[in-house]
Ligand binder design. Structure first.
Ligand SMILES: Cc1cc2nc3c(=O)[nH]c(=O)nc-3n(C[C@H](O)[C@H](O)[C@H](O)COP(=O)(O)O)c2cc1C
Length: 388
């Protein structure tokens, strides 16, 4: 194969692979996918082809650079190496030098050309916006179209559209830390969860037995070991190498935090605790009897104060938002559902009572937890305790 033929093959493959990488990147971005068919493999191929192409055209690249940065000294000589249009291949070493006078290429494009580039850029942006309008189905939805249901409006607006590719250029912020910490709170080690004891019932039996319980034994305290087991099964780390947890999470970004409002747990003073997942520890956020403010925040559902412990699941939205944009709220709630079910099954397997609670005054509950309700907000309550 001649050198020039190889050039054409490399350029054709380079263009083909770049189109593939662009298209798969666009689809992955717009659909919020973690990975899309051979994207990274073709990306590596693209990179190798680009390097090959650079090696093949190195003489011309060098000549071009010399011409650009040292125009006074060597522009004419290098211009001939570049060819009259600046892109033709370099002459063969033995070829006779052309004696024809060629105009010296200007270092800067003329004003007319600049204007043409500018107009082309505007045209590209306008095409992008037009494309966005064309392919994003939810743009036109308004509250009236969805019977004034804000949730449904969000549902339609958060559908992936190819226009999202343009939206990704917009600032969706930085990725926040994976773990929240309370540095002023001395950490309390939880006992190792000793999960052997939990597997006395098989999964099928546990799922079939699962029920919501609202009657708790007010005279009993929950053993600390059981609190440890329930927390570990809820969203404990089960893959130490990758820090993956029992709960599935979109992009493994883990937006959820768990707080335990402890009423009666052996060895713990009543109060609000944060579960430091990375060390399986508790951090005391607020000491004291929180039964009344919790019941008040929970629309006066008394069993919130009767259970031994009430878990509050909160979401730190930015952990997911920087990557998944408007799909975030869906994903955070889906993940809270997974976590809630883990709590249900863990408690059931331990013969404890459990109940998920979605009815609460958001502001009151967030205030009780010292959350601003914006960067982090409570999304789910789950009571756990000794059955009456
Ligand atoms: C998202 C969600 C919110 C809930 N909110 C409450 C609630 O505020 N109060 C309550 O007593 N039960 C609540 N529950 C429990 C349901 O009432 C219960 O799951 C349903 O009655 C079915 O009973 P089971 O869980 O025993 O199968 C909630 C459950 C879910 C999944």
């Amino acid at each position: 194969m001649k050198r020039r033929d190889l050039d054409y093959v490399v350029i054709t493959l380079l263009v083909g692979s770049s189109i593939y990488v662009f298209a798969t990147g666009l689809v992955a971005d717009t659909m919020g996918l973690h990975h899309f068919g051979l994207h990274s493999q073709v990306g590596y191929l693209w990179m190798s082809l680009a390097v090959m192409h650079l090696i093949q055209t190195w003489v011309r690249v060098k000549a071009f650079a010399r011409n650009r940065f040292r125009p006074a000294k060597s522009s004419l000589a290098t211009h001939s190496a570049l060819g009259a249009q600046g892109f033709a291949p370099a002459p063969l070493p033995n070829a006779p030098e052309s004696t024809a006078q060629v105009p010296k290429p200007s270092a800067h494009p003329p004003f007319g050309k600049k204007r043409r580039y500018f107009l082309l850029a505007i045209l590209a942006i306008a095409t992008g916006i037009g494309f966005d309008r064309l392919v994003t189905p939810s743009d036109s939805a308004s509250l009236a179209d969805v019977d004034n249901d804000v949730g449904l409006l969000y549902h339609r607006w958060s559908q992936p559209g190819y226009g999202e590719a343009i939206a990704t250029i917009l600032n969706w912020g930085q990725q926040p830390p994976l773990y929240k910490t309370y540095p002023d709170s001395p950490p309390l080690d939880l006992p190792p969860p000793a999960l052997e004891g939990v597997s006395t019932q098989d999964l099928t039996a546990t799922i079939l037995k699962r029920r919501s319980h609202r009657n708790y034994n007010a005279s009993k305290a929950l053993p600390l070991l059981q609190l440890s087991q329930v927390l570990h099964l809820a969203q404990g780390i089960t893959d130490e190498n990758r820090d993956f947890r029992t709960v599935p999470s979109s992009g493994a970004l883990y937006p959820l935090e768990i707080y335990a409002i402890v009423h009666r747990v052996e060895g713990l003073e009543p109060g609000l605790y944060h579960h430091a997942i990375q060390h399986h520890q508790l951090e005391l956020v607020k000491a004291g009897d929180l039964r009344q403010p919790l019941i008040k925040a929970g629309l006066s559902q008394d069993f919130l104060g009767e259970a031994q412990v009430c878990f509050v699941v909160s979401g730190i939205f930015q952990r997911t938002r920087w990557k998944y944009h408007e799909r975030t709220y869906r994903y955070v709630l889906m993940e809270a559902g997974h976590l809630g079910q883990n709590l249900y099954l863990a408690a059931t397997a331990l013969n404890l009572g459990v109940c998920g609670i979605g009815a609460f005054f958001d502001d009151s509950l967030n205030e009780l937890l010292n959350l601003d309700g914006q960067t982090e907000a409570a999304v789910y309550l789950v009571t756990v305790g000794e059955r009456a």
